[in-house]
Write a protein that binds this ligand. Structure first.
Ligand code: NAD
Ligand code: UDP
Length: 327
């Protein structure tokens, strides 16, 4: 059955891929995005864009009401750990206060379901890996803290106002589709930066730390393909609308920084110069998610799990869009 879904942040990386998947599945998609960090050209054809902040309660509640929206997929956030350490006020304002106003608009318009883009950063330095859903949460930076606080807010909006929600805690989103890819400005993520090096846009990739207690001394991360993330949203929408749910979304496997660089050399056939630098402050050595819960309860498991396959999809997109999205 076709539903109407508001994709908040649908001009961004993960939101635009999810919006496309929703359209392909026959849903009507409205996008709200202030284009502060997104791209008009990333909004899929067939989605109706409203350029506004999610915290504009009047505009958003009117949009929700007049379009009889069934659910809000909430991707809007600032998500740079380093920036959040320099400017926590920005993160509290955009991720928590704006998000709270979005929830208020939903309650005002009687829209009672949200899928929220949470993050593994809510766990902080893990005590054990893989990280499970109910492991201790001790966010180590304002970015993770605002996401954690938003999950708690969702809890109370459920208890008191009857809002149902699914919180999806992504690990490291990566990869591209034939039409949509990753374009952040500034780009700080490992895979695009490695590919920029292969393209000659950068001279070298700096490895942040080679003395970790891991199999090759570099950090291990759980790289999850953006299409798998998008598919998990559809699965959660189909199965969890009448309740509260929360899941970790990872690939189930971890890869080191050196493994990512080696895979990129294989895929691109280009040499990639490396500079071995010091550790980046606040980087946990290993972040890998356990995804048994969502597999067991909803039957979701990631399909694009091979590192070469993930990097190949990103390479195709960056090669076709060397400057990212226009505008
Ligand atoms: P992105 O920056 O590409 O997309 C976010 C979009 O939201 C942008 O288009 C931006 O313009 C918009 N936006 C931000 N604040 C807004 C506001 N107040 N009003 C209206 N629009 C606003 O980010 P992404 O990489 O696609 O991440 C999407 C979500 O997933 C974020 O919430 C992020 O915290 C979370 N997440 C991402 C990753 C990752 O690896 N990329 C990992 C874990 C969690
Ligand atoms: N990293 C790196 N060099 C870079 C960017 C990232 O060595 O130029 C490492 C980083 O220390 C982390 C991993 O690559 O261990 C993934 O970093 P990214 O910023 O992509 O995601 P994060 O795990 O920080 O969310």
């Amino acid at each position: 059955m076709s539903s109407t879904i508001l994709v908040a942040g649908g001009a961004g990386y993960i939101g635009s891929v999810t919006a496309q998947l929703l359209i392909d599945a026959g849903h009507r998609v409205l996008v709200v995005d202030d284009l502060s960090r997104g791209h008009r050209a990333a909004v899929p054809q067939g989605a109706e864009l409203t350029c506004a902040r999610v915290g504009d309660v009047q505009a958003i509640s009117e949009l929700l009401r007049s379009n009889r929206v069934d659910s809000v997929f909430h991707f809007c956030a600032h998500s740079l750990v380093g920036e959040s350490m320099r400017d926590p006020a920005l993160y509290y304002e955009n991720n928590l206060i704006q998000g709270k106003l979005l929830l208020d608009a939903m309650i005002a318009a009687d829209v009672k379901h949200m899928i929220f883009s949470s993050t593994c950063a809510i766990f902080g330095l893990p005590q054990s890996v893989p990280i499970l859903e109910d492991d201790p949460m001790r966010p180590a930076n304002p970015y993770g803290e605002t996401k954690y606080a938003f999950e708690r807010m969702l809890h109370w909006y459920h208890e008191v106002y009857g809002l149902n929600y699914t919180a999806l805690r992504y690990f490291n989103a990566c990869g591209a589709t034939a039409t949509h890819g990753e374009h952040h400005d500034p780009e700080t993520h490992l895979i695009p930066l490695v590919l920029f090096t292969a393209m000659g846009k950068r001279e070298q990739i700096e490895i942040y730390g080679t003395d970790y207690e891991t199999r090759d001394g570099t950090c291990v991360r759980d790289y999850i393909h953006v299409l798998d993330l998008a598919a998990a949203h559809l699965t959660a929408f189909e199965q969890c609308r009448d309740r509260v749910a929360y899941y970790n979304l990872g690939n189930g496997a971890g890869f080191t920084v050196r493994e990512v660089i080696d895979a990129a050399r294989r895929v691109t056939g280009r040499p990639i110069q490396v500079h071995e630098g010091p550790r980046r402050a606040g980087d946990p050595p290993v972040l890998v998610g356990g995804t048994e819960k969502i597999n067991r309860e909803l039957g979701w498991s990631p399909e694009h799990t091979e590192l070469d396959q993930i990097i190949e999809s990103a390479w195709r997109w960056h090669s076709a869009h060397p400057d990212g999205y226009p505008g």
